[in-house]
Write a protein that binds this ligand. Structure first.
Ligand code: SUD
Ligand code: ADP
Length: 291
């Protein structure tokens, strides 16, 4: 696979950083360093943060406006840009503007997606020509969810989420509830009552309807709002947790059914109506190389 080419220069453009859902998530083991071995299915949804890259006259990396509650040096977009510089010795700089739409700590992967968009777009704007595999490996050092957003296709994932196999789940309508709580991924993976020895399944078993998320019981026990949201959504369709939460979602075969659920639920919940997509909108804005 070669690096992907951008149609125009891309400076000043709005670049999408889409959300993802985990359509199922099984914990099948644990590495010696404590990280958990997963089987999961990633699919994107058409809800996005948007990033704009502004040229600067020096080698500085900055944010146009830091996200409230996230220090600039720890922001995943800044860390991604710094990582690219450290890896390549690039002497260019950038000012990154983030239009933040995705809820943080929601299991929608917003921070990871922002970081991936920085890696993919700056790789081109700075003329670095790193291959996608290298960008995915760099992304993995920022977070287990970053590689899927660099990869850009819905995938069956194993390892800690970095071994990816492209698959094509149905692109259904989705209703997502963001319960009024913030779930730290780390807290859930440290829980004593977390199932860590699920049996591995096949893609065919997932396709046949095996949608279990091994984190759901641990998260619901600790966060009443998540349990309530799962219950509220289950009135309309099978309700599931994405990642380690806090967001829960349900898929619908028709837009009408999804809108019906959305209209009812929005009276009591922070709720999103979205569409599942198997190709990241970030990729759709790029010309594809030899993929
Ligand atoms: C489990 C998933 C499924 O998508 O949960 P969500 O974050 O999306 O809810 C992700 O892979 C999460 O990825 P990400 O949010 O990038 O996690 P990281 O920053 O790499 O890790 C946060 C913490 O969670 C733990 N962790 C994370 C991933 C993993 N496979 N095993 C772990 O034990 C580690 O303790 C780590 O310190
Ligand atoms: N650009 C960013 N956007 C969102 N979160 C960020 C960003 N940079 C750092 N973070 C930190 O990463 C944490 C996880 O964010 P996020 O990826 O949105 O959640 P999740 O992994 O649950 O989907 C946030 O709580 C925040 O502290």
């Amino acid at each position: 696979m070669t690096s992907r080419q951008i149609k125009q220069s891309g400076w000043g453009d709005k670049w999408p950083a889409p959300a993802k859902l985990n359509l199922m998530l099984r914990i099948v083991g644990q590495r010696p360093d404590g990280y958990h071995l997963l089987q999961t299915v990633f699919q994107f949804v058409d809800l996005c943060d948007w990033l704009i890259f502004h040229p600067v006259g020096d080698c500085s990396i900055s944010l146009k406006q830091p996200i409230p509650g996230v220090a600039e040096v720890t922001d995943l977009t800044v860390r991604a840009a710094m990582l690219l510089k450290a890896e390549t010795g690039c002497a260019q700089g950038v000012c990154i503007e983030v239009e933040k739409n995705l809820p943080m700590g929601g299991g929608l992967g917003g921070g990871s997606s922002d970081a991936a968009t920085v890696l993919v777009v700056l790789n081109q704007l700075w003329g670095l020509q790193l291959p996608i595999e290298k960008l995915m490996a760099l992304g993995l050092t920022l977070g287990a969810d970053v590689p899927i957003f660099v990869y850009g296709y819905a995938a069956w994932a194993e390892g800690v989420g970095e071994k990816l196999e492209k698959i094509e789940p149905l692109e259904q309508w989705v209703v997502i509830i963001k319960p009024d709580c913030h779930v730290e991924t780390r807290e859930i993976f440290l829980a004593n009552d977390l199932t860590r020895d699920s049996k591995s399944i096949t893609i065919a078993e997932f396709t046949a309807g095996q949608h279990q998320n091994d984190c759901v019981d641990v998260v619901s026990r600790r966060y009443q709002a998540v349990e309530n949201a799962l219950l509220a959504l289950s009135e309309f369709s099978e309700s599931r947790l994405t990642g380690t939460g806090a967001c829960v979602f349900a898929q619908f075969a028709s837009r009408e059914a999804a809108v019906n659920a959305y209209e009812v639920l929005k009276k009591s919940w922070q709720v999103y109506l979205a569409k599942g997509i198997n190709k990241s909108p970030l990729l759709s804005k790029l010309e594809i190389g030899n993929t």
